[in-house]
Design a protein around this ligand. Structure first.
Ligand SMILES: NC(=O)C1=CN([C@@H]2O[C@H](COP(=O)(O)OP(=O)(O)OC[C@H]3O[C@@H](n4cnc5c(N)ncnc54)[C@H](OP(=O)(O)O)[C@@H]3O)[C@@H](O)[C@H]2O)C=CC1
Ligand SMILES: O=C(O)CCC(=O)C(=O)O
Length: 424
């Protein structure tokens, strides 16, 4: 491993710092009112709540939760709830900014929000997680709602968490309100295909990018960091397409088979957390080694800030497709640009999650479920449209894939602000 890049911006970099750098880069290519750019550097509001929990043994503990609202010019705030020990206000703000751009790239009528609780979900029993979630929903009730802010799953939360959240909100409202969260199980108003959607979109966008560069999918090797909702579904989609998925990982480490893993045989985070590193594979690696494997496509799909000034020069992949939110720091991005390694950004690659959340929200409003086939067909069509919008900017301007994606998003957001009138 080489030393940290001498021109590094200070690392570790917070999500909000990364998000601001990315916004400024895109703004430099557009004729956007400086006031609008300045406004977008900040959240509209951030809500901090204390969430009391009675443990199974009768002891009491206080947890801190957040909900950041970044921008709602195009519609209600939208974005996930994360349960993780490293959740912070700054992280929620950065993630909410990414949600604003993500919804705009996909042309969805939503803005950006994100929230979470500082907690290690692996240290909660199912009953404790339910009580924590119900109380969190009650605390957030004044600032969420089907027409104001619609949470969804993220790391450490899942469809069951969303069902508890929806139930707690509905009990307080006095009416069943399925549209207050997305990512629920289908039996309580969730959409078929939502759980798989972010990983599926990573697969679709990887496929489109491979087509763009004229790569043969059957000849392509892939390494995926993280084998949860996003990573496992991306790996399985690409495996099904014919790519050779040679490595996947969980928090404890990676498994590697140069001949390709059978991704359906490896249990994912939902089926059995922590089972990846226990799988009987020809070789095991650390997560750091997985990131530096000589593969065609690297998909970081676990946590943020894993590609940094420390390791970006050692990455041997020919293309990076971001499954996680914010896996690449500003310094790493610059190094990949210098090295000619394309980085397809999170805000389009994993946007299938929020896109199917939008389908779910429509289904909830209309009280009418779509088939899985319809969901997947419409997701395919939305992803291809967004890819074409981004590809056009990429081909027309001498910019990175991230800049091209941000340009599409920022043009739509800035134009909505100008049309509505930002300055009263
Ligand atoms: N869920 C969603 O709808 C969406 C999620 N995302 C983003 O995708 C990323 C992953 O989310 P999601 O798949 O939902 O999360 P999950 O909780 O379902 O899975 C996370 C996976 O990452 C692994 N992991 C956790 N910490 C580390 C670490 N330090 N190093 C390596 N692996 C680690 C976990 O391992 P283990 O099983 O051992 O815990 C697990 O395999 C996040 O950045 C999230 O914001 C983006 C769009 C939508
Ligand atoms: O489905 C959603 O509303 C948001 C999912 C999410 O948090 C994300 O895309 O990062």
């Amino acid at each position: 491993m080489t030393a940290a890049d001498p021109q590094s911006e200070s690392e570790p970099e917070s999500a909000v710092e990364t998000a601001r750098h990315q916004l400024e880069r895109a703004a430099a290519h557009l004729d956007v009112d400086e006031g609008i750019v300045e406004r977008l550097r900040h959240p509209t509001s951030v809500h901090r709540v204390t969430v009391p929990l009675e443990r199974d043994d009768g002891s009491r503990e206080m947890f801190t939760g957040y909900r950041a609202h970044h921008d709602s010019v195009r519609g209600p705030y939208k974005g996930g709830l994360r349960y993780h020990p490293e959740v912070s206000e700054e992280e929620c703000v950065g993630l909410s900014m990414w949600m604003t751009w993500k919804c705009a790239v996909m042309d969805l009528p939503f803005g950006g929000g994100k929230g979470g609780i500082i907690v290690n979900p692996k240290e909660l029993s199912s009953d404790e997680k339910e009580r924590l979630t119900r109380r969190f929903a009650e605390e957030l009730r004044p600032v969420i709602g089907p027409m104001t802010d619609i949470p969804a799953p993220d790391m450490g939360t899942d469809p069951q968490t969303m069902a508890w959240f929806m139930d707690a909100y509905s009990m307080q409202q006095g009416e069943t309100t399925p549209g207050v969260v997305t990512g629920k199980p289908p039996i309580v108003g969730g959409s078929y295909g939502r759980e798989e959607a972010p990983g599926r979109s990573v697969g679709i966008i990887t496929r489109e990018a491979m087509e763009y560069y004229d790569w043969d999918v059957e000849e392509t090797t892939v390494a995926v960091q993280g084998f949860g909702s996003v990573g496992a579904n991306a790996a399985r989609y690409l495996d099904e397409l014919g790519a050779s998925v040679v490595a996947v990982s969980d928090v404890d480490g990676a498994i590697y088979d140069p001949d390709g893993l059978d991704t359906t045989d490896v249990e994912d985070h939902d089926e059995s957390p922590g089972m990846v590193s226990g799988y009987d594979a020809p070789e095991t690696l650390t997560n750091e080694e997985l990131l530096e494997l000589d593969v065609d496509v690297l998909v970081p799909a676990a946590i943020g800030n894993v590609l940094t000034g420390e390791n970006a020069r050692d990455v041997e992949a020919d293309m990076i497709v971001e499954g996680a939110n914010g896996p690449t720091t500003t310094t790493a991005e610059r190094i990949f640009e210098e090295r000619g390694i394309p980085v397809i950004p999170d805000i389009i690659a994993n946007a299938g999650g929020v896109t199917v959340s939008y389908f779910e929200w429509l289904q909830d409003i209309n009280r009418r479920a779509w088939t899985l086939e319809r969901v997947n067909d419409e997701l395919e069509s939305e992803m291809r449209t967004a890819w074409e919008d981004v590809r056009t900017e990429y081909d027309d301007r001498d910019v990175t894939w991230r800049d091209a994606t941000y340009i599409v998003a920022l043009e739509r957001i800035a134009s909505a602000h100008e049309t509505r009138g930002l300055w009263p």
